[in-house]
Write a protein that binds this ligand. Structure first.
Ligand SMILES: Nc1nc2c(ncn2[C@@H]2O[C@H](COP(=O)(O)OP(=O)(O)O)[C@@H](O)[C@H]2O)c(=O)[nH]1
Ligand SMILES: [Mg+2]
Length: 430
């Protein structure tokens, strides 16, 4: 009988502890812990008063009660934590969404944008603080929000500065290696909208894509010439993978497997690369089943990654003889690449030969950016001012085309669905 009485006092004390804890809204871990301690103290005292003497000592009961309260504390803590986590995550997502939209619309990385950002930042922090019932994770998520905003705040002056520098590039500078190199090195994309700027190369096997990668890296590095991309049959074989090589912290150039002919399968694969749907550092397969293509698209669609801004660049040897049939399929292909990326493809004519008819052929296709160059190659890589200028001017022209493209306000989400539907439809017909 006394045992039951004592047990029921323990139950009552635990229930009373639980009810009082549940009735309270906590905003910090300290608040939670402090109430727990005072209610635990209260429960122990109450039990002491109601204890009825029997063979099990009061201390043993107190010890049991303490153990029960500790367990209850754990359960209640978990409930508070889960509900606070959900509330804070939802709120953070909503607040970030507004900033991301402003970044996409390029509201901050322009002259005067810094002040606009600071105003929005104050507003966001105020909205966050005003939201009640955020629970015990409120401080932790406030720190996350502040770090996120601070990250953006740090990039704005740099981008605006670089934009001003961009405007300072004068006409004569296209003959000045240092000016051009600074211009390329300092180039920044508006933060938040894109991850990197990628120059995506494609073209026939052996036309100089890997040598072009080596040449661009060499020109910007001021170091020794290196065969990074694997020119010709060095490195044990022809390029089979799509691989990005960093030129600056913003710009990378992407080497590719070359094709023997430009059929639908090859075109599909390159369109997928240009639309942010193809993987890096994997063997490029031209011929794939519908299922494999489809699965790849769906896998990429599920990734929630900041997109790369991709510029198409067709590499073609000046020595190549383009048949009429080839010309017409390349023309259609380049037009589609333009439509998909919003940027007219650049054509790099390697193994420069003054008498090559290709300059005219590409001009007749309506291509404005035809760049005849002589690559630095393993057997001939003496640094040459004229060659350096050619690569630097190519990069400068790319950046200017990108600047123009950035004026358009493109919604990446809408674009992604359009790309996906185009690629699926095309995959159906190969
Ligand atoms: N003379 C000359 N040879 C080049 C040029 N570009 C590439 N090559 C040579 O062409 C071959 C194929 O070049 P590579 O860059 O591997 O072509 P890829 O298959 O398109 O990557 C190599 O032997 C290079 O040395 C160039 O501009 N001039
Ligand atoms: Mg190659």
């Amino acid at each position: 009988m006394t045992l039951e009485k004592n047990q029921s006092s323990i139950r009552r004390s635990t229930e009373s502890y639980e009810n009082k804890m549940k009735a309270q809204q906590f905003n910090t871990e300290e608040e939670f812990q402090s109430l727990h301690e005072s209610l635990q103290e209260e429960a122990l005292r109450e039990f002491e008063k109601s204890y009825v003497t029997h063979e099990k000592s009061q201390d043993e009961y107190l010890h049991q009660l303490e153990k029960d309260l500790k367990e209850k504390r754990g359960e209640l803590w978990k409930i508070c934590e889960d509900s606070s986590l959900k509330k804070c995550e939802d709120l953070l997502k909503k607040l970030k969404c507004d900033v991301d939209q402003a970044l996409k619309e390029n509201k901050y990385h322009v002259t005067g944008g810094f002040d606009a950002f600071l105003k929005d930042k104050d507003n966001i922090i105020r909205v966050y603080n005003e939201q009640t019932d955020k629970g015990i994770k409120a401080q932790e998520f406030l720190k996350k929000l502040s770090d996120y905003l601070e990250g953006i705040e740090n990039t704005i002056p740099k981008t605006v500065q670089a934009a001003k520098k961009r405007k300072q590039l004068k006409r004569g500078d296209s003959r000045d290696c240092d000016q051009l190199s600074d211009y390329v090195q300092d180039y920044q994309l508006p933060a938040g909208r894109f991850d990197r700027l990628l120059i995506q190369l494609f073209g026939y096997v052996g036309h100089g894509k890997s040598s072009f990668v080596n040449s661009c890296v060499y020109t910007l590095s001021n170091g020794k010439f290196q065969d990074l991309a694997g020119e010709g049959i060095s490195n044990g074989g022809k390029t089979m993978e799509r691989r990005a090589y960093e030129l600056t912290s913003t710009i990378s150039i992407v080497d590719n497997r070359g094709f023997a002919m430009l059929g639908d399968a090859e075109a599909w694969e390159i369109y997928a690369q240009l639309c942010n749907f193809a993987p890096f550092n994997e063997k490029v397969e031209w011929n794939k089943s519908f299922q494999v293509r489809n699965d790849g698209l769906i896998r990429k669609m599920k990734e929630n990654k900041t997109p790369d801004l991709i510029v198409p660049a067709f590499v073609c040897s000046s020595e190549h003889n383009l048949s009429d049939a080839e010309s017409s399929s390349i023309k259609m292909f380049l037009r589609k690449a333009h439509q998909l990326t919003g940027i007219q493809p650049f054509v790099v004519l390697t193994k420069d030969r003054k008498d090559s008819g290709l300059r005219t052929k590409f001009a007749q296709m309506g291509i404005e950016n035809v760049c005849p160059i002589e690559n630095y190659i393993i057997s001939d890589h003496f640094s040459d001012r004229h060659k350096h200028l050619n690569f630097l001017n190519f990069l400068k022209d790319i950046l200017q085309a990108v600047n123009f493209h950035l004026h358009e306000s493109v919604n990446f989400e809408t674009q992604r669905y359009e790309w996906m539907s185009f690629l699926m439809q095309m995959a159906n017909n190969i």
